[in-house]
Design a protein around this ligand. Sequence first.
Ligand code: TXA
Ligand code: MG
Length: 332
Amino acid sequence: MAERVTERIPMDHLSRAASLLSAGKLVAFPTETVYGLGADAFNSAAVADIFVAKGRPSDNPLIVHIGAVEQLRTVASRIPEVAAPLLEHFWPGPLTIVVPKAPWITAAVTGGLETVAVRLPNHPVAIELLQRADTPIVAPSANRSGRPSATTWQSVAEDLDGRIDAIVMGGPTRIGLESTVLDLTQSVPCILRQGAVTQESICQVLGSSYAVTLATDSATLKRSPGTRHRHYQPLARVELIPAADTARYIEQQRHGMPSSARIAWIGWNAVDLPSGLCASERCASIEAYAARVYEFFRDMDHLDVSLIVCEPPPEEGLGRALNDRLRRASSR
Ligand code: TXA
Ligand code: MG
């Protein structure tokens, strides 16, 4: 890959970022979930460059980002009826919908699927940039493939400096986990990836007229190729250990490790931790845990930690999405 000079763009210079996107360049920008790596969805060379810059498998489709609800018509060939109340309630926001694609959305964007994933982010910088660019923008999370998503512009730089054209220097992202991906192409809406828009809240908006399922069986997972690949992993080994077992587990692990090996912990309960940990972080809430976890993983890599012990959050609300990411981070 040819080395690129990665420009830093202040948040109040979005006209520069927009003109780079229009010229087929790759520009990272903040959203409310994680940073995205943007390219013009209608420029096939730019779309191809995204896969090279991230080292992303080509069968993993991209989310098309739009700056206004009306733009949905330009990327979808049909908008299922069930979409209306969802968009009304959750857009702009961390909900990506999968709908039948318009003919001019290429196979490179959709990984060869006949559907397209679309999202209207809820972030002033993202919205202004998307509106200025005046074209749909594909934006995967702005990290090297397999790594934790980037929730600060510095983490984007860590992974992608020299591989992309610019980074918009926004603040840390608010939610910290990627959007919920909801497939609306089948008779029953199906959550392909969990996120801050929870199954409970989707059900509440749709009422009794629709059931909503959660993709678990392998047949459904095939519909979201991204869920097949290695994801969210720091260099350290990640283990999910309930609070009550943590002290014993860490002591046990220590016996099998060289004495210089570093161990870290992250969670939200007051857990009785053994002394001598390299780092431990107790988050004030599940929301704070979700917003912090990827950055914590990256910090631990800098400290050369070899084991990160994570407290599993409860299987409810945002805890489900967080659990999903932690499980994937821990699977080797
Ligand atoms: O919060 C987010 O969604 C972030 C920010 C930047 O918007 N973006 C993001 O993109 O997480 P990415 O590329 O890291 O994840 C996209 C996910 C993958 O799991 C992919 O398989 C799924 O969306 N996806 C994309 N198009 C799809 C389609 N047509 N059908 C099913 N799943 C699709
Ligand atoms: Mg990603």
